[in-house]
Design a protein around this ligand. Sequence first.
Ligand SMILES: *[C@@H]1O[C@H](CO)[C@@H](O)[C@H](O)[C@H]1NC(C)=O
Ligand SMILES: *[C@@H]1O[C@H](CO)[C@@H](O)[C@H](O)[C@H]1NC(C)=O
Ligand SMILES: *[C@@H]1O[C@H](CO)[C@@H](O)[C@H](O)[C@H]1NC(C)=O
Length: 362
Amino acid sequence: MRTCNRCLCFTLVVTLIIVVVLSYLLNSIKDSTVPSNILIRQTECNNYSRPIIFIGGMPRSGTTLMRAILDSHPLVRCGEETRVVPRILSMRSAWKKQTVEWNRLIAGGISENILDSAVRAFVYEILVRHGGPDADILCDKDPFVLKHAVYVTTIFPNSKFLLLIRDGRAVIHSVMTRKVTITGFSLTDYKQNLKSWNQGIDVMVKECTKIGDSNCLFVYYEQLVLHPRVTIEKILKFLNIPWVDSVLHHDELIDKKISLSKTEHSSDQVIKPINLEALTRWVGHVPDNVKNEIDTLAPMLKQLGYDTKSDNPSYGTADSLVIENTNNIKRNISYWNERMKQYDRKMSNTTSIASVKTLTVL
Ligand SMILES: *[C@@H]1O[C@H](CO)[C@@H](O)[C@H](O)[C@H]1NC(C)=O
Ligand SMILES: *[C@@H]1O[C@H](CO)[C@@H](O)[C@H](O)[C@H]1NC(C)=O
Ligand SMILES: *[C@@H]1O[C@H](CO)[C@@H](O)[C@H](O)[C@H]1NC(C)=O
């Protein structure tokens, strides 16, 4: 009995020593690799109930303009596309969909709960720490995040979504003329592009509808550029953010509060004040063999209210502010061409088409 007690005592002491030494070692590792201010900042700031705005939609639908407008509000910070946020969401979705993989994860002790908090921490960390100082209201512009709106509202209960909607014919014209590589889109096949646009926007509209109109707002690109004041008023009201006049003049804050990425396709366009240049550029470019099939290829066009009978539909009459902006740009075209060159898409020469394609897979 006595020897056994002594034995127990000895084991306890040894365990204690090991614990003390280990925790000392762990602490010193932590201290030497992570600056303490970052650790403090993480624990203070990880508040997943903060309001977060997600701007999405099909690419080439005005998402960059929308984020430049919100970035011109003093309470909001969006910043450049993160690109990794939609990817982690799409990976999580794939794990969940593949039953075999999902069962493996569960069997390995990785519960849905653990995955959710890991994904949430990843997304939050990226949003808080990329591009510019933190703001009261965080905002993310990554077009394809809208495909995961239902899930995102479960991990960020105070998130709100803006779904940018634009005439699919204009989207496709922009993809093809500006040579934007997006999975599912071709640089030459108009029909395939209409189908891909339809499929993408269909998923997004469904997600947006599911979370309801207090969490997700449809923003028509055409209405945003034709009637900026009333459209932005409606958006800010939906987001519970007070009106400030600076949102009508985002161009004045480019490179000040708004930082633009030189690798994003729209940067050279959103440096200009809100204007009508891109609204009807597509008109006259729909191939004849597509025109009479348009409602079968892309039924969402009609469903979203676009006039598919006309080759030159009317979206409405522009406000005087945007007409003035557009005329001023025309009058001052050499100035703008010069400025656009500075924001022209600069891709490293070593980025081959193949690797660009891989990067856009979502
Ligand atoms: C987290 O954010 C919400 C919404 O902004 C706020 O009401 C709450 O007080 C914050 N919680 C902490 C611990 O800061
Ligand atoms: C063109 O626009 C720039 C910036 O707004 C301005 O400084 C310049 O005076 C304008 N030039 C003309 C000819 O309007
Ligand atoms: C890429 O190539 C072009 C023309 O070949 C050259 O002018 C440019 O400096 C190169 N850019 C980089 C980043 O190497």
